[in-house]
Ligand binder design. Sequence first.
Ligand code: HEM
Length: 146
Amino acid sequence: MSALIIWMLRWGHVVGGAIWVGGYALLAFVIVPLMAHARNDALQQIAIGAVRLLTYTGMATICFGILLITRTRGFANLIGSEWGALVITSAVCAVALLGIGDGALRPALRSIAAGGDARPARRYALIGFAITVLAVGLMTRTLYAR
Ligand code: HEM
């Protein structure tokens, strides 16, 4: 039974992480560049909707991640181990991603619709994408970590 629970938690966590990576890739390399070329209300709504979805899936990734700690090496191993350093750094990445999405990218997307410069939105989407890729790298290292 316990193996099934760990598998379900890991599945939920990894799907949430995958949506985070894919969502930022779509925003950085497709949606925001398209918005820079042609002001389009539908695209604007899609972009804002995508950022909102990433906030919800991000929160789910974090919740599954915290539950996964209890089913893998536990909170007692968070301090003083490579495994703990990887999980804590990924948690910092996750909080930064939520902050970038809601605090920076969403307002920058709105300013494009108001005729503003698209470069800040592109920059935040690229930074977000880079952080998600880093987080996957850190997390997949956890299986081999001391
Ligand atoms: C609060 C934030 C997070 C916590 C607490 C957390 C926690 C965990 C834990 C405990 C594991 C299992 C480690 C093990 O098996 O020993 C894990 C695996 C994983 N996490 Fe996270 N994580 C967080 C954020 C993220 C983020 C932001 C991503 C990606 C965007 C991510 C992607 C993954 C992946 C892909 C795995 C599976 C690794 C594998 O099985 O090879 N995690 N996470």
